[in-house]
Design a protein around this ligand. Structure first.
Ligand code: BES
Ligand code: ZN
Length: 470
């Protein structure tokens, strides 16, 4: 391992340059005008894979291409296909995404989102942490093996997609089409967080999600609010009243049946959560709110990772420019997402929500509902051998005892990995809570980048030497 570790140490500054190149692509999957940038980003990544010695290709999908890259497979002639321990040589898949969230609002960025800036040990750019920096860490570890001629104890396939931030809807068909090639023992993903630089983390649960857009249509055009106001309903007002009914005063989602399948938290889990190293006070300060809010009876960590929620992600209506304009707007629109937990079924929840919204809509406006992406929550036992291997790799790389946690974000494809490839995900996140994922001034900590590479380098050893069933 020493040559691999030395290689990583010696090449950090080049790796940082490469990460800067990677984050320069405005690969914003939600915005159609960036289609070409996504393609260019995928092509850059393809070239990078080829340069470090991977067999790589771009796989077109109905949306953005998937970058598929494999460590060179040993041929039958050159070596036994069987693993040293008598079982089959293990195969692991690294999943990540090269698409990013929209950078808006631009004016809140200290420097432009796609012009990387390094300040101290932070690299600022949209996508630096979520997820380009995190997936590049794995590439660098594998590069270290390939470039130093150190034999990898396993086969590795990278699947880096360009639609994670919009729900990964074209990836499941891709997995089905390439099922044989992608058959693997475990999926390795670094796209989650860790509580502090001294607390590397293994995540064993993610929330699911279901997304909607609601549009209330009122008059045929914006109207003079003096001439007509008072005779027609105001769509912005009607929408506000409707939205306000979706959450009760205890912070619970006020949709009948919404909690029916929610699996309660065990006392053991709640005890473990309470040990995580962040206090409510620190949390409040980091988020810049006067007081925390959330479902009554649960701690902030429980609320953000293990309880379902409703959020308004965007709210638009009427005049948004400077000064005033006295109108009754023709329409009002809200973008909503609900985070889901085990065992809520997104399809069932979706129906409950639509039914309730229709009931709440007053007859004075016309409601249009668009259903968006959806994903089930993910939960895996943290006691399996792969998890233990992950914990050992984290400890070796970071030098601190890792923590086990649940995360509130969603990675829609993890359940498809489970159903289609029959493989669990090992979630080894490198993002810090103040990385500003999805916010202005996103950053990635360069120590997390370097330690993430070490973690990946150790991981292949730990995963491959674990006792496996033949
Ligand atoms: N990296 C995140 C998911 C994440 C973040 C998991 C933090 C755990 C902790 C991922 O890129 C993401 O943002 N996913 C979206 C998915 C959605 C758009 C379907 C999310 O969670 O909002
Ligand atoms: Zn994200």
């Amino acid at each position: 391992m020493q040559p691999v570790l030395d290689y990583l140490t010696q090449n950090q500054s080049r790796f940082i340059d490469e990460l800067c190149q990677y984050v320069r692509f405005p690969s914003v999957s939600a915005q159609p005008q960036h289609k070409r940038d996504l393609q260019n980003c995928a092509e850059w990544l393809l070239k990078h894979c080829q340069q470090i010695g991977l067999d790589a290709r771009l796989c077109p999908t109905a949306g953005n291409p998937v970058v598929l890259a494999r460590t060179p497979r040993r041929s039958r002639r050159n070596g036994p296909l069987a693993h040293a321990r008598g079982s089959v040589r293990p195969h692991f898949l690294v999943y990540g995404h090269y698409d990013v969230q929209p950078p808006e609002p631009f004016e809140l960025w200290k420097t432009p989102p796609f012009e990387p800036r390094i300040e101290g040990r932070s690299l600022f750019a949209r996508g630096a942490s979520d997820n380009k920096g995190q997936n590049l860490a794995h590439f660098k570890a594998v590069e270290a093996y390939l470039r130093t001629g150190t034999e990898l104890p396993c086969d590795i396939t990278f699947v880096i997609e360009g639609e994670e931030e919009v729900g990964s809807k074209n990836l499941a068909p891709f997995l089905r089409q390439n099922k044989a090639e992608l058959r693997c023992d475990t999926i390795v993903i670094s796209d989650t967080g860790m509580p502090t630089p001294r607390h590397p983390a293994l995540t064993y649960a993610l929330r699911g999600i279901t997304a909607f857009e609601i549009i209330l249509h009122g008059p045929a055009r914006d109207l003079h609010s003096g001439i007509f106001g008072g005779t027609v309903d105001n769509p912005a007002m009607a929408l506000s009243q409707l939205l306000a009914k979706l959450r009760d005063k205890n912070g619970r989602v006020a949709i009948p049946g919404f909690y029916d399948e929610v699996r309660p938290l065990s006392g053991y889990e709640r005890k473990q959560f309470a040990r995580l190293p962040i206090t409510s006070r620190e949390f409040r300060k980091m988020l810049g709110v006067p007081k925390l809010f959330g479902e009554r009876g649960f701690t902030p960590h429980e609320r953000r990772s293990a309880r379902p929620t409703i959020e308004i992600n965007g709210l638009t209506s009427g005049y948004q420019g400077e000064g005033s304009k006295t109108i009754v707007p023709a329409w009002a629109r809200a973008k909503l997402t609900f985070r889901l937990v085990p065992d809520q079924d997104p399809a069932r929840i979706n129906k409950l929500i639509v039914r309730h919204l229709k009931r709440l809509c007053p007859p004075t406006v016309r409601m249009e509902i668009k259903s968006g992406h959806g994903a089930e929550a993910y939960l895996v036992s943290p006691t399996g051998p792969e998890m233990q291997a992950g914990l050992r790799a984290l400890k070796k790389a970071f030098g601190f005892e890792p923590v086990l946690m649940r995360e509130g974000g969603s990675i829609p494809i993890v359940n498809d990995f489970k159903h289609i490839l029959k493989a669990d995900a090992l979630l080894l996140g490198l993002a810090l809570p103040d990385d500003n994922a999805h916010s202005p001034n996103e950053k990635f900590n360069l120590d997390c980048f370097a330690k993430g590479q070490l973690m990946s380098a150790w991981l292949w050893q730990e995963l491959s030497s674990m006792k496996r069933e033949t």
